[in-house]
Ligand binder design. Structure first.
Ligand SMILES: [Zn+2]
Length: 423
C-alpha cells in the first residue's frame, strides 16, 4: 500500500488551509493524535475502509489507489470519529447485537456525519438526520432508540443463522458497534493494537484540543461538544458517592462511640445468638439540615434524601429517630422523623445554613453525624459541630460550577441533568 498517500490524507485533514478552496486542507489539527494512532491493515474484503475497536483500519487497496486524497481523508475522519466517540462501548451499553447492528450503525453514522458536515468532510453515503426524517442534534443512543423501533433492514450476507459473525461489509466495523467482523484481527495479534487505556488517553488529548478549537468557531456540532464534555468530565453518578459518604460518617461515629460487643447487654437474653452493643447508645445519632430556600430543586432534594435514607437503613440506623431541620433564612421546623424524606419541608426565603448548624449544636445529646443538603449559596459556620462527622450535599445542575463548601465537611455534589445544561 502507498503509505505516502495515507500520510498525505492525514496531512490534508490537519494542515492549515492557505485559501478556502473546496478540496484544500481542512485545518483540523486536533485530530492528529487520533489519526497517527490508527493502524492500517490492507484488506481487500472490505469495500472501502472500516475500523475495529483496536483502532485498526482495514483498507481496500484497489479503492485506496483509485481514491483522491480528500476522499481518503473524509473516510479517515469518519472512522476516527467512531473511535473517538467510543461507539464500541456505547453500543455494548445499548446491548447492540447482530439484529440491531444496522440500526445502531445508522444512528452512529448520523452523529458522525453531523460532526463532519461543518468541515465539508462528510463522505457522500453517510446518512444525515434530515434524510432519515430524524430530529437534529441528538446523541447516537437517542437515534438508536428511534431507529430500532423501525423494521431492521437485512445486513449483507445475513442468513437464518443468527450466530455467524458479521461480514467485512456490514457497517463500519467493530470500531463503530463493538461486534467482531469475520475479517478483523483479535486483540492479541502482531498487527498491533491501541489498548483501551491508550484510547482513553488519545480521546482526552483530542478533546482538550477540540475544546480550544471549538471556542474560536461558531459551527461546531452539538454532539461533538457533548463528546468533549463527556470525555473531559466523565460522569460519576452521585448517588453511590453520597451513600458511601454516609456509610463512612456513620462508621466513623460508631468507632468514636465506645461500643463494646464483648460485654453482652441485658437485652441479649431475649435475642438468642444476637450480640447487642453493651452501651446505651444503640446507633449513631443523625441530624439533617435541609436548605428549603427557593433555589433548591425539590425533585433532586427528594432523591438525595431518599439516598441517605437508603444508606442509613442498610446500616440499621433508620428506625432510630433523627432530627431534620428545615432552614432557609430561619429555622422553620426541627422534626423528629424515622426517615429523612418524611420530614415536612417548609420555607422559601433566602439561605443561611449557619442557623441550622446552630440548632444542631444546641441538641443534647449531640448528634454524631450531620448531613446538610443545600445549593451551597449560603454562609457557613467557621467550625463543625463538636464531635460530629459532617457531610455537605451540594445540590445543583450538571455543567454548572457549584459553590464552595467548608473544608471540615465531606462534600458530595448531587446534580440534576437538564437538556440545556448537557448540550
Ligand atoms: Zn460509520
Amino acid at each position: 500500500m502507498d503509505h505516502h498517500k495515507l500520510a498525505a490524507a492525514k496531512l490534508w485533514l490537519v494542515s492549515p488551509a492557505p485559501s478556502a478552496t473546496s478540496d484544500g486542507p481542512r485545518d483540523l489539527p486536533y485530530l492528529s493524535h487520533a489519526l497517527y494512532a490508527l493502524i492500517p491493515v490492507v484488506d481487500d474484503k472490505v469495500k472501502k475502509l472500516t475500523c475495529d475497536e483496536w483502532w485498526r483500519i482495514y483498507i481496500n487497496e484497489a479503492w485506496f489507489e483509485a481514491a483522491t486524497v480528500p476522499e481518503i481523508g473524509a473516510e479517515l475522519a469518519h472512522v476516527t470519529w467512531h473511535l473517538l466517540a467510543d461507539h464500541t462501548d456505547r453500543a455494548r451499553d445499548q446491548d447492540v447485537d447482530r439484529s440491531t447492528a444496522s440500526a445502531w450503525g445508522t444512528a452512529a453514522d448520523v452523529t458522525v456525519s453531523h460532526t463532519l458536515t461543518p468541515d465539508r468532510l462528510k463522505p457522500p453515503p453517510l446518512p444525515t438526520a434530515a434524510a432519515l426524517h430524524l430530529p437534529d442534534g441528538r446523541a447516537a443512543e437517542e437515534y438508536f432508540a428511534l431507529l430500532s423501533r423501525l423494521p431492521a433492514p437485512a445486513l449483507d450476507g445475513e442468513t437464518d443463522s443468527g450466530e455467524a459473525a458479521l461480514g467485512p461489509n456490514d457497517g463500519c466495523g467493530s470500531g463503530a458497534d463493538g461486534l467482531h467482523r469475520s475479517n478483523e484481527h483479535g486483540p492479541d495479534t502482531d498487527v498491533g493494537a491501541v489498548s483501551k487505556q491508550e484510547a482513553t488517553e488519545i480521546r482526552r488529548k483530542v478533546a482538550i484540543e477540540y475544546e480550544g478549537y471549538a471556542r474560536g468557531r461558531g459551527n461546531v456540532s452539538g454532539d461533538a461538544m457533548r463528546w468533549v464534555n463527556r470525555t473531559l468530565k466523565p460522569e460519576v453518578p452521585w448517588e453511590p458517592l453520597l451513600a458511601a459518604a454516609v456509610r463512612r460518617a456513620v462508621g466513623w461515629a460508631a468507632g468514636c462511640g465506645d461500643y463494646t460487643y464483648t460485654k453482652p447487654s441485658r437485652r441479649s437474653s431475649s435475642l438468642p445468638g444476637v450480640v447487642l452493643p453493651g452501651q446505651h447508645r444503640p446507633v449513631p445519632r443523625v441530624s439533617i439540615i435541609v436548605d428549603t430556600s427557593r433555589s433548591v430543586d425539590d425533585n433532586l432534594l427528594a432523591r438525595a434524601l431518599g439516598e441517605v435514607d437508603g444508606a442509613l437503613l442498610a446500616l440499621g440506623v433508620a428506625g432510630a429517630q433523627m432530627t431534620v431541620y428545615a432552614v432557609d433564612a430561619a429555622v422553620h421546623t426541627a422534626q423528629k422523623v424515622r426517615r429523612a424524606r418524611d420530614a415536612k419541608l417548609v420555607g422559601a426565603g433566602g439561605t443561611d445554613m449557619r442557623l441550622g448548624f446552630r440548632g444542631v449544636e444546641a441538641e443534647r445529646p449531640r448528634p454524631d453525624v450531620v448531613i446538610c443538603f443545600t445549593d451551597g449559596d449560603t454562609p457557613w459556620p467557621s467550625s463543625p459541630p463538636p464531635g460530629a462527622a459532617v457531610i455537605v450535599a451540594i445540590l445543583g445542575r450538571r455543567g454548572f460550577t457549584l459553590p464552595p463548601s467548608p473544608k471540615w465537611a465531606t462534600r458530595v455534589e448531587c446534580w440534576v441533568d437538564d437538556q440545556w445544561a448537557r448540550a
